[in-house]
Design a protein around this ligand. Structure first.
Ligand code: FES
Ligand SMILES: [Fe+2]
Length: 438
């Protein structure tokens, strides 16, 4: 795309005296004509020269514009505030009908996070996760491929795996011992050969759409668009961080008495930080957020680490860097919400991931994992608890205010309240949510 203009310029250089190009680069076209005439060029060569120069200038301007738009542009939180934005109406936090709609229109149709590939490191490793009321098995098959199936036997529908995770060489139903390979094919069905026309090939487990993004496992209960297409806005954005290679050192599960949207809204602003998180506010200024994703299903940006090297109890780094982190990247924490159930927080030395599972309008299960560089685990300078303790404390502070919000929103006195300019991202998250349910 950029070769044609260069060739064009090369042609120009061949007919224009070197001294003219160097001395008169900044002069106006008519004046350049006069000077050039004195240099003995013909009128047609002069017209060609002017047109070529104009075209080169336009191309340079276009290239500059392209560079500006492709490089991540970070904007202060208040700059992207849509004036007049208010919190959601009460029904979105308490209505069972709306909860059912969310399960149908969002959690049954979108790509949802269920785990990380490190949870199924070896063939036969599996875990079970409920998505939109459906129990799913995610596993790594013998060829190393990560797959997902409905946790439903093809004989009489029995739940195949009750445990939450483990290791399997095949999936055997606890009822009549129908047995499935890790690729989902039915490989054993006692006495079924006696049934006329029975063909095991017709009774494989029902597969679920599964795709990996940066090592994270996503499933989609609908036959919809490709994950790569949906996640295109994030493409290459986090390549400085070795997300696919990381391993979780710890998972904590929180049972929060608040609507799942309150968790997203809370995550998306630090207006609450000075009062709710005194320790966090000492390390990271609450007004330091700058966002490069300000509208749509992916929202967020970074906040500065102003004191210490990381967000830990001691303020010290607690592990090897999680990626190829350069310059000011050492002083930044990147926070992104990924619709509809992932919160991705990338610190210089660890990555924290929240998985949200709405259980009812007023209850949300949250899995929080702390991921580290795989080589960090065996080193003497590995202190994961320094990070885990810090965020466990901060998480609980957040869940507490979310629960208080839920209680107040359920009141007959609740009315949508005005967002402040420091809450531009939760307001954008609400807009995205409404696009899916309305
Ligand atoms: S229900 Fe699974 S083998 Fe019968
Ligand atoms: Fe918070």
């Amino acid at each position: 795309m950029h070769t044609a203009p260069d060739q064009f310029n090369g042609g120009t250089r061949a007919v224009v005296p070197q001294i003219l190009r160097r001395r008169h680069r900044g002069t106006a076209p008519i004046y350049r004509f006069k000077i050039a005439r004195q240099s003995g060029l013909s009128d047609s060569a002069l017209v060609l020269l002017t047109l070529q120069k104009r075209r080169s200038k336009l191309i340079r301007e276009k290239e500059t514009r392209m560079q500006t738009t492709t490089a991540p542009a970070f904007r202060k939180t208040a700059e992207t505030f849509a004036a007049g934005a208010k919190t959601l109406e009460q029904k979105y936090f308490i209505s069972s009908e709306i909860f059912a709609q969310e399960q149908e229109k969002i959690f049954s149709k979108k790509w949802v996070l269920v785990g990380h590939q490190s949870q199924v490191a070896k063939p036969g490793d599996y875990f079970v996760q409920e998505v939109a009321g459906e129990s799913l098995i995610a596993l790594r098959d013998k060829d190393g491929r990560v797959r997902s199936f409905y946790n439903v036997c093809r004989h009489r529908g029995t739940r195949l795996r009750e445990g939450r995770n483990g290791h399997l060489s095949a999936i055997q139903c606890p009822y009549h011992a129908w047995t499935y390979g890790l690729d989902g094919r039915l490989i054993g069905a006692p006495h079924m050969d006696d049934v006329e026309g029975f063909d095991k090939a017709d009774y494989s487990l029902h597969a679920v759409n599964l795709a990996l993004w940066e090592g994270f496992i996503f499933v989609n209960l609908a036959d919809g668009c490709l994950l790569e297409k949906v996640f295109a806005p994030l493409s290459g954005r986090f390549s400085h961080c070795y997300l696919p290679k990381l391993r979780s050192a710890k998972r904590i599960e929180y049972d929060v008495r608040a609507n799942w949207k309150l968790i997203f809204e809370n995550y998306s602003e630090c207006y609450h930080c000075p009062g709710v998180h005194p320790a966090l506010s000492k390390l990271t200024p609450y007004d330091s957020a700058e966002n490069d994703l300000c509208e749509g299903p992916f929202l967020g940006g970074f906040m500065r680490i102003a004191k210490g090297n990381s967000l830990t109890m001691t303020g010290n780094s607690c592990a090897l860097p999680v990626g190829d982190i350069k310059g000011e990247g050492h002083n930044r924490v990147f926070y992104y919400s990924i619709f509809p159930n992932m919160l991705l927080s990338m610190h210089p030395d660890y990555v924290m991931v929240h998985q949200l599972w709405p259980k009812s309008p007023e209850r949300t299960l949250i899995f929080c994992d702390w991921f580290f560089h795989p080589e960090a685990f065996d080193r003497t300078d590995f202190h994961p608890d320094d990070a885990i303790e810090f965020w466990d404390m901060t998480n609980r502070q957040d869940w507490h205010v979310c629960e208080l919000s839920q209680q107040g929103i359920a009141s007959r006195a609740y009315r949508p309240g005005p967002y402040s300019p420091r809450e531009s991202i939760p307001a954008a998250w609400d807009r995205e949510y409404l696009r899916h349910v309305e």
